[in-house]
Each structure stands twice: as structure tokens, then as C-alpha cells.
Design a protein around this ligand. Structure first.
Ligand code: PMP
Length: 385
């Protein structure tokens, strides 16, 4: 495959050259004033990206799974009750993690592609007091977008903390952490934040920090413990050197650059761009006769999950790669071989979208599907306007 192949999976994504340049700079000491400044600015920018002026951001070397475990390990104590609003593979992971940390887990599930009805969540919340409720904002296995604003309001009404896995949403989907009453929102660097993989990012609001401070026992893992990381993050934000565990210097420098770009675009404009690109993608899928896995009114804007049309199988992904674009296969265990996924988050614009649609058309044609070359591109162009 060409080195120029376009990476259109739901993370990692294509990164901006200036972000990659920051990754490639000479590595400074983590106590170097230039790095301290960059880390401090990155933390301040995260508050703006999450729209969470009262939250404490954490940036820790690791992937999105570490960000999930940071939330669970710091908030959950054995026998705490947790409710999982389950929309797919990553909600399953959250449930597994909560169980491993000793929580008593209740799940409200929906069939793949759907969101559990709010009434069912409400009923579950009324059954017993829950310490926390988790929601996967966009479950990357199903491309389902959960109604976080409404769910967070329900959690608050019932005295439960609301933890949002925003790994496939933050920086692409609308999220107002403070305004919506989300207590913890978390993500990873490699998706809509636009930085190569390697950073777990989490914002903990005041109620989450209060629950953490009220723990009966310390967190069992030293690396995960917010008590270790809090003074470090506070110091960097105040422009001072501090050490607990070596920060990912180059990744954090790249994060500062990327977050600057996000904020220069503006969060509202960025969300609107993702919605427009997603709308154009949907027009293309319709024109090509590709059905989406998520229910249309619950479909994410950061990626598409599409069923293979009749007579076409998982070999399509390789054929799309042969056309110069990398997309992803299925992930949900019940449907893995029946669908594929296309990421369209971060800096994705019309050029990238039209390229991936064109590649899919050519690959479908090569697979024997009855489509008209150009129909998807034309439909996307019309919606893009
Ligand atoms: N949650 C969601 C919604 C995700 O999409 C992913 C990664 N695809 C994760 C959690 C886990 O992140 P990571 O692979 O970076 O550990």
C-alpha cells in the first residue's frame, strides 16, 4: 500500500503536519520551562474543549482504555453500585472494568445500533442508589450517539455521578461538560483531538473530585491514583516543575498545538463541520444503497458504520485499501463480519470525504455490487453545497 494511503478509520486519524512536527522535535526535559508552558496551556485549553471551566483536566501517558480505568479506579470502591448505559463493545468494556474494580454493575442494554430508551434508564436509576452511571457518548463499535445531555440530567436527578466515555466524541460531537452536569468526561489523543495515540485525557468535575476525596480507602493502583497526579497537574498549570511519573513530553507538546487548532476553529464551528461532513457521508451511503448500522436518529457524526451490501463481504475493506484509503472492519461481536466503519473526524473536510466515498464506490464496483460510479460522490457534493 502507498505511504500516501488516506487513513479513514475511527482513530487513529490523519494528523495535521504541525502536530506531527511537534512530535518530532528534540525531546526536552519534562522540567524545561518551555515544556512546562506547553503542558500548562494544554490543560487550560482542555477546559475550553470540554467546556468544563470548573473541571480538573488530567493528561496521562496511556490510551483511552487507561482514561476509562482512571475514572473507574478513582471513583469506585468495592460494592459501589454502578449503572452502565450499554450501546456496544466499549460499554461492555466499561462494565467489565467496573466489575473488576469490585462494583456491583447493572446494565441497561439496547440492540446493536440503538440507544436504551430514557424511560428504561430512569426506571433502573430509581431501583436503587447508584454511585455512578456510565455512558459511551459514541460507541465506536456501533456508531451510536448517546443522548448525553438527557442522560446526565437523569443521573443528577437520582444522585448518581455521570461518567462519559467520550473517546470517539470529544472534539467532534457537541459536549458541554459543565453545562450538562457531566462529572467525568474522558478521551484519548488519537481521535478528534488530533494527536497520535498515547495520551489518556480526562476532565473531572467538582462532584467527581468530592466523591474521590470521600473514599474510604486509597486507590489500589499507584499509577492510576488521582492523589498522585493532582499536585503535578496543578503545578504545571501554575507554571511550576513537578514530578510523579515522566510525562509524554512530545505527545503533550503536540497536544498543545492541536488543541490550539481546535480552539482557533471554535468548538461550535467544529461540531457544525462534523455534522455537515456526516450529513454528506449519509447522502453518499444512501445513493450507494449502503445501510447504516445505527438507527438514523441515533447516528454519530464522527464515524459511519455500514452494512456490506448483499453479495459483498469483508474483502471490501482490502479492496478499499487497494484504492488508497484505509477503513476499518466491524467490531461489535454479534455483527463483526457484516459491516465496516469509516472514520470522518478531526480535520476531515470535503476533500477527504470525497476521496473515501470515491474509493468505496470503486471497491464496491470491483466487488460486483450494482452501483453507479459517481453516484455517492455526487450526492455528497450536493449535501456539501
Ligand atoms: N472507548 C471508545 C468509545 C473507543 O472508541 C475506544 C477506542 N476505539 C476506547 C474506549 C479505547 O481506547 P484505546 O483504544 O485508546 O484504549
Amino acid at each position: 500500500m502507498s505511504e500516501r494511503a488516506l487513513l479513514m478509520i475511527p482513530g487513529p486519524i490523519e494528523f495535521e503536519p504541525s502536530v506531527l512536527q511537534a512530535m518530532g522535535e528534540k525531546t526536552r526535559s519534562h522540567l524545561d520551562p518551555v515544556f512546562i508552558g506547553a503542558f500548562g496551556r494544554a490543560l487550560k485549553r482542555l477546559r475550553e474543549v470540554f467546556v468544563a471551566p470548573t473541571a480538573q483536566p488530567f493528561v496521562i501517558a496511556g490510551s483511552g482504555t487507561l482514561a476509562m480505568e482512571l475514572a473507574v479506579a478513582n471513583l469506585c470502591e468495592p460494592s459501589d453500585a454502578a449503572l452502565v448505559v450499554n450501546t456496544g463493545y466499549f460499554s461492555d468494556r466499561m462494565a467489565k472494568m467496573l466489575e473488576r474494580h469490585g462494583a456491583s454493575v447493572t446494565q441497561v442494554r439496547a440492540p446493536p445500533g440503538e440507544v436504551p430508551p430514557l424511560d428504561e434508564v430512569k426506571k433502573a436509576l430509581a431501583q436503587r442508589p447508584f454511585k455512578l452511571m456510565t455512558v459511551t457518548h459514541v460507541d465506536t463499535s456501533t456508531a451510536v450517539l448517546a443522548p448525553v445531555k438527557q442522560l446526565a440530567a437523569l443521573a443528577k436527578e437520582h444522585g448518581a455521578l455521570c461518567v462519559v466515555d467520550g473517546v470517539c466524541s470529544v472534539g467532534g460531537e457537541a459536549l458541554e461538560q459543565d453545562g450538562w452536569g457531566v462529572d467525568v468526561a474522558l478521551t484519548a489523543s488519537q481521535k478528534a483531538l488530533g494527536v497520535p495515540p498515547g495520551l489518556a485525557v480526562l476532565c473531572a468535575g467538582p462532584r467527581a473530585l468530592a466523591a474521590f476525596r470521600a473514599r474510604k480507602k486509597p486507590v489500589a493502583s499507584v499509577y492510576l491514583d488521582w492523589s498522585e497526579w493532582l499536585p503535578i497537574h496543578e503545578a504545571y498549570e501554575a507554571g511550576k516543575a513537578a514530578y510523579f511519573a515522566t510525562p509524554a513530553v512530545n505527545l503533550i507538546s503536540a497536544l498543545e498545538v492541536s488543541l490550539g487548532q481546535l480552539l482557533a476553529e471554535g468548538m461550535a464551528a467544529r461540531v457544525a463541520r462534523h455534522q455537515k461532513i456526516a450529513a454528506a457521508a449519509r447522502s453518499a451511503w444512501k445513493a450507494l444503497g449502503l445501510s447504516m448500522l445505527p438507527r438514523e436518529d441515533a447516528a454519530a457524526h464522527t464515524l459511519s458504520a455500514l452494512y456490506y451490501p448483499p453479495g459483498v463481504d469483508t474483502g471490501l475493506v482490502k479492496k478499499i485499501a487497494d484504492e488508497g484509503v484505509t477503513v476499518a472492519g466491524g467490531l461489535h461481536p454479534d455483527l463483526r463480519a457484516k459491516y465496516f466503519r469509516v472514520g470522518h473526524m478531526g480535520a476531515t473536510g470535503p476533500a477527504e470525504l470525497l476521496t473515501v466515498v470515491g474509493a468505496i464506490e470503486r471497491a464496491l464496483k470491483a466487488s460486483g455490487a450494482k452501483i453507479e460510479l459517481g453516484a455517492g460522490v455526487a450526492a455528497a457534493q450536493t449535501t456539501l453545497g
